[in-house]
Design a protein around this ligand. Sequence first.
Ligand code: ZN
Length: 192
Amino acid sequence: MVALTFDDGPSIYTEEILNTLKKYNSNATFFVLGNKIDNYNNIIIKMYENGNEIGNHSYNHRWLTKLSTEEQKEQINKTQEIIKKYTGYEPIYMRPTYGSINKKLRKNINLEVVLWNVDTKDWKYKNVNTIVNNALTNVKDGSIILMHDTHERTSEAVKILVPKLIEKGYQLVTISELKEVKKIRNNLNEKQ
Ligand code: ZN
């Protein structure tokens, strides 16, 4: 199993990614920015209704570990509220901006932190095949793949990557599903 994750959206490229995921009966997790949701509220609803998971990526991409306790809570809580307003769902996972996390931030948020272990560097590489290959050469069972649904090239890469991952035998699941399976496997190992 593999979890595709998309940060920094929603954007004009998100819907195309949702369509590709649906076409292949796959799901992903989207770590969204609170301040973008009003403009894409139909997308956030579609995202949720298609069975994808929504996570919190702050309100407007401030560097969270550099903020005061009050500011950190505001960044997270405002985003929780706006996601809930449109979907009725409150995220349980957050991805810290810039992957930056410390004790204080962990303490100030009531959400589980989710980082990644495969970086497609889609923000940096303009070539679709490079993005796809960055994922394919590093992926393994249980991988969490980082992408950004704010680039057209990413939505193009997803069209190639999703069927290739399926071809390799991977199932594309949400973070919650991935964690659930890991928990079951750990329990089985303990019993053996
Ligand atoms: Zn980000």
